[in-house]
Design a protein around this ligand. Structure first.
Ligand code: GLC
Length: 697
């Protein structure tokens, strides 16, 4: 009997010891990283810096078993040492994951927030932080560890296909808004990835294009916003862009990723690639690019081979592995967080609507045409009035639970629509909606073509309606830049619609209002005299129809201000001579070798305009005027500003509401470049608030 007891006691001891030893082997926290690093084999180290490929992103199509189907990427686990796989998901306007899973009744829709350009147009960093927190919470509750957001490249030229995701032509506004977004997401214990670092200011030839820009301009414009975001918010990760920068791929540019990002700015996190096929993995590691996404087995084999041959120092690999482990121990996956799968989508929808309302910009409002008279009968023209474009396409797309269109929002707000006109548009849209494809399912759909409008239809609408509201929509996204014709410029059907509606309604003494449902600047100078009012609604997310209806009704006083210039003529812009689309310029799409830089010349873009980007150009003597300038935005009330002296890097500005309705007001401190900004709370008529504005150097 005794013997049995002794054996069982001994067995228990052994099991406990083994368990402890096993437990001791497992990664327990940041203090444990050195030990774990010493236990990893070379193959395991190489696997930790290379993602497992596209299986997560494509799981909705392939049915692969992954933690979060549709999440853009992952890292690899090392289970024996308790190193978890990390889930990485797009995208800036909301979590982009598959909304449905085979054999699962629960759905995984995510809130479709407004696009980045609208968020920055609010100039309300507290609100942006709340949007970030809501996105971070959805990521957490759906099992995502790092959001691949915010996109924050500077808007060098209005035709960049991804400007909708980005914030501004000014690095201070862009950097501060990005920092607010990062703080918001990371407040939920989920990481971010500020992207695309750096000088990724076009989509044409994006994998290879060489952005050629002087170091001075690079630092003052194209790096400056990233510097602000890194120093103010310490994003967990940075995403190195596809393109080359002065001849070197950013993903293997040690000067950029180690000397500047870490050495000068004090970045403490991890650098990952954008979703790039294998390049020179050894060079990427040596540059300080820690994680290759989406990742391919060939990259692991290359690393092992090069270390074994002494072509890649294992210490350099260890530096990257350490950063992967430092990231891992911060994630919900490592902390064993059990996602609920049920974030509060209703609460987040309210935040999405609030953000949409605050980012819309009232460009024109002659005769105080807006807000609309209560109960007005509205004739809604333009397919966008019935099919809102809530956001852009590509990785910036979101699988939203719904989208409120302008007609729905306006009816909900109590307005009466010209139903016969609405029926014509709805019938047209049924037949002409872009066909759903696998790509559009994952990455969003193009806008519907504008409906040709007969004069008779306009005449009949003008009989019944009090006001005409005409929506112009635009769609754009990653992988391609916008066009000049039929994109920046209005299409023929749009122009004809605008002219006909204006002529017919004005002949009856009735007003015309234009809504811009766009992701970036469009041409306005040639036609803005026609409507009495123009509201820039951007791509305002799933609650867009409700938000614009509340602004049009006056329930919300618009307080958005342009974060970018609307050019009078695209060709006014110096960068237009050096932008790859529609214009030869100094941008080459050539192949072969670049003679004086001895690098494969797969095309380059000369940033020959230097600092002459956006308002910095328009401020110059002799420059033409923009159609609508950076910093422009009207209100239904009026404000007075009283500016104090600059002391200790701040300036006090007292704002007073001198009008008849409550409103918020944005203060810009330009000297001559933007040095600071602030936004008041909602001020009642006669009320004032003193803003203490922090100035950039
Ligand atoms: C895309 C985008 C990047 C995105 C990534 C994952 O190509 O450039 O913004 O986060 O790949 O989808």
């Amino acid at each position: 009997m005794m013997k049995k007891k002794l054996i069982s006691a001994f067995t228990c001891l052994l099991v406990t010891f083994a368990g402890k030893a096993q437990q001791q082997e497992k990664l327990s926290g940041p203090e444990d990283i050195d030990r774990i690093l010493s236990l990893l084999t070379l193959e395991e180290k190489a696997s930790l810096v290379v993602g497992p490929g596209y299986k997560s992103m494509l799981a909705g199509i392939t049915g692969s078993q992954v933690p979060v189907p549709g999440a853009a990427g992952m890292t690899r686990a090392v289970p024996r040492l308790g190193i978890p796989a990390i889930v990485l998901s797009d995208g800036p306007a909301g979590v982009r994951i598959e909304p449905r899973r085979k054999g699962v009744s629960q759905t995984f829709y995510c809130t479709g927030f407004p696009i980045g350009s609208l968020l920055s147009a609010s100039w309300n960093v507290d609100l942006v932080q709340r949007v970030g927190a809501a996105i971070g919470n959805e990521a957490l509750e759906y099992g995502v560890d790092v959001m691949l957001a915010p996109g924050m490249n500077l808007m060098r030229n209005p035709l960049c296909g991804r400007n909708f995701e980005y914030f501004s032509e000014d690095p201070l506004l862009s950097g501060r808004v990005a920092a607010a977004y990062v703080k918001g997401v990371q407040s939920q214990g989920v990481g971010t990835s500020v992207k695309h670092f750096a000088a990724n200011n076009q989509e044409t030839n994006r994998f290879w294009n060489d952005s050629r820009v002087s170091e001075d301009v690079l630092r003052r414009l194209y790096l400056r916003n990233f510097e602000i975001a890194v120093k103010e918010a310490q994003p967990w990760t940075v995403m190195a862009s596809y393109n080359r920068l002065n001849g070197v791929h950013t993903q293997q540019d040690r000067w950029l990723l180690t000397d500047v990002l870490r050495g000068e700015w004090g970045f403490e996190g991890l650098v990952m690639t954008d979703w790039t096929p294998r390049r020179d993995t050894g060079a990427q590691i040596e540059a300080g690019c820690d994680l290759m996404e989406p990742g391919a087995g060939s990259q692991i084999r290359e690393i092992v081979r090069k270390v074994r041959r002494g072509e890649l120092a294992e210490q350099a690999l260890d530096v990257c592995v350490r950063r992967v482990l430092e990231l891992a121990v911060k994630t919900p996956a490592f902390k064993g967080y059990r996602p609920s799968g049920a974030p509060d989508l209703e609460a987040h929808a309210r935040i999405a609507r609030e953000a949409a309302e605050e980012g819309m910009v009232l460009l024109k409002n002659r005769e105080s045409a807006l807000p609309l008279r209560e109960g007005a009968v509205l004739a809604l023209f333009g397919v966008g009035s019935y099919h809102l474009i809530p956001g852009g396409t590509g990785s910036g797309h979101v699988h939203r639970p719904y989208v409120v269109n302008p007609d729905e929002g306006l009816e909900k707000e109590g307005f009466t629509l010209d139903e016969s006109l609405a029926a014509i548009y709805r019938k047209y849209l049924k037949k002409n909606m872009p066909r759903k494809t696998i790509t559009s399912g994952m990455l969003g759909s193009p806008a519907a073509p504008e409906m040709p409008l007969s004069r008779a239809t306009v005449e009949s609408a003008a009989e019944n309606a009090d006001v005409a509201i005409l929506t112009l929509s635009r769609q754009a996204g990653e992988g391609g830049d916008r066009k000049l014709k039929d994109d920046f410029l209005l299409t023929v059907p749009e122009t004809r619609m605008l002219v006909d509606v204006s002529e017919v309604f004005h002949a009856r003494g009735k007003r015309v209002i234009v809504l811009l449902n766009v992701g970036g600047a469009v041409e306005t100078a040639s036609w803005k005299h026609l409507p009495v009012a123009i509201l820039l609604a951007w791509q305002p997310g799933q609650e867009g129809g409700n938000a614009l209806a509340r602004v049009l009704s006056g329930k919300v006083n618009p307080s958005g201000v342009l974060p970018l210039s609307f050019p009078s003529d695209y060709m006014d812009l110096p960068s237009s001579a050096h932008f790859p689309y529609d214009y030869a310029g100094a941008s080459s799409m050539g192949g072969g070798r670049d003679k004086d830089r001895d690098v494969p010349n797969f095309g380059y873009t000369e940033y020959a305009e230097g600092m002459d980007v956006g308002y910095r150009y328009y401020q110059k003597a002799g420059a033409p005027a923009p159609s609508y300038p950076f910093g422009h935005g009207l209100s239904y009330t009026s404000f007075e500003e009283e500016r104090g002296a600059e002391t200790n890097g701040t300036v006090q500005v007292t704002v007073r509401n001198t009008g008849k309705v409550a409103g918020k007001h944005v203060v810009l401190v330009m000297d001559p470049d933007l040095r600071g900004f602030g936004k008041t709370r909602l001020l009642q008529p006669g009320e004032e608030e003193m803003l203490v504005i922090r100035l950039d150097f």
